[in-house]
Design a protein around this ligand. Structure first.
Ligand code: XIL
Length: 330
């Protein structure tokens, strides 16, 4: 479905190879409903540069080619993250070496897709759980070798390589009530303010939104955070929405309704304050979801975190997304 001025935001989803090549109903679903796709793992370091200096774009290209054939936009994920790094990155022995490696990787990847991938999660998950301040960054090879300067560096190189690309910092645990989640919002806001003050080319904040159904959403805290980001002149997009259902009742109708209600609560705040230009779910069908890797249910029933079921039928969660996508438009 082409991007439309008739909707409030573009809807997109994380997609994966090889399903995108082999699973026809999945292909049809993505082509029919998505304005945007983001490769779920195909643009991560471990996939692109498993061997030092040897770049392999086969899987990422498969996603990009699919998107091009169907007139779908592509987001990029991700350029500087602590995870999904090939083992060889541990061998970097100095700050200069790490800067060279980071720079070469970003120039090569962003350069390859310049003009095609118009929006990037440049820095992913910069903070640990319960950060003490905006200086309390998550441990990673980048932080260890380069220090917190790895963040502005990654943005500057990405911007130099493709000045038209929209560049985001992406983080999780932003929406919940509780002190460790407030710490996350405060730390992220502090870092983003610092980047803006230092004229670092950052255009927005990605809210991952892996929403645990049993956690409360802090509507006021989230509103304040979104207002603060917007008043810095930055965009907010929802990058990885899914509702983690591992503690919800087994009954499918009830579970799907609770999942949808939780997403409604979240999107109502986000769409009320920030008018996000894009909302992406992390996957589109329950057939392909990362959730069971970490959140398998005690009753062993399959998770149902996404807008379409395993048979590509829409669930109440999709109706919620559609409601906000077209609210006031038709
Ligand atoms: C996840 C993928 O979905 C999994 O398939 C992979 O094994 C691990 O990574 N936050 C992110 C994503 O930013 O990159 C993660 O993706 C999910 C959490």
């Amino acid at each position: 479905m082409p991007a439309s001025s008739q909707s409030n935001f573009l809807y997109g989803a994380a997609v994966r190879t090889p399903a995108l090549i082999t699973d026809h109903p999945y292909q049809e679903l993505v082509a029919r409903y998505c304005d945007l796709v983001v490769p779920e793992g195909e643009l991560k370091w471990a996939s692109i540069q498993a061997k030092r200096g040897v770049f392999n774009f086969d899987k990422a290209d498969a996603v990009v080619d699919f998107a091009k054939r169907h007139g779908i936009g592509v987001r990029g994920h991700t350029l500087a993250w602590y995870a999904a790094l090939p083992a060889w990155t541990k061998d970097m022995a100095s700050r200069q070496e790490a800067e060279r490696v980071l720079e070469q990787h970003i120039r090569t990847v962003v350069g390859r897709y310049a003009g095609t991938i118009r929006s990037w999660d440049v820095v992913n998950e910069p903070f640990p759980d319960d950060p003490r301040s905006s200086h309390d960054l998550r441990k990673s090879v980048w932080l260890e070798q380069i220090g917190r300067e790895y963040i502005p560096l990654a943005f500057r190189i990405a911007h130099e390589t493709d000045p038209a690309a929209r560049l985001f910092i992406n983080e999780y645990d932003i929406a919940f009530a509780g002190s460790r989640f407030k710490s996350k919002r405060d730390a992220l806001l502090g870092l983003v303010r610092e980047l803006v003050n230092n004229k670092v080319p950052i255009h927005g904040v990605g809210i991952q939104a892996h929403i645990n159904a049993d956690r409360q959403i802090d509507s006021v805290g989230l509103q304040e955070f979104l207002h603060a980001i917007s008043s810095l002149g930055l965009e907010v997009i929802v990058t990885e929405l899914d509702v983690i259902d591992f503690s919800l009742p087994a009954d499918i109708q009830l579970r799907d309704a609770l999942v949808a209600a939780k997403a409604y609560e979240f999107l109502d705040v986000v769409c009320g304050v920030a008018a996000p230009p894009a909302v992406l779910t992390w996957g589109i069908t329950d057939k392909y979801t990362w959730v069971p890797i970490y959140f398998t249910r005690a009753d062993k029933l399959p998770n149902r975190p996404l807008p379409f079921d395993r048979n590509m039928r829409p669930k109440p969660l999709y109706s919620v997304i559609e409601y906000f996508r077209y609210r006031g438009r038709r």
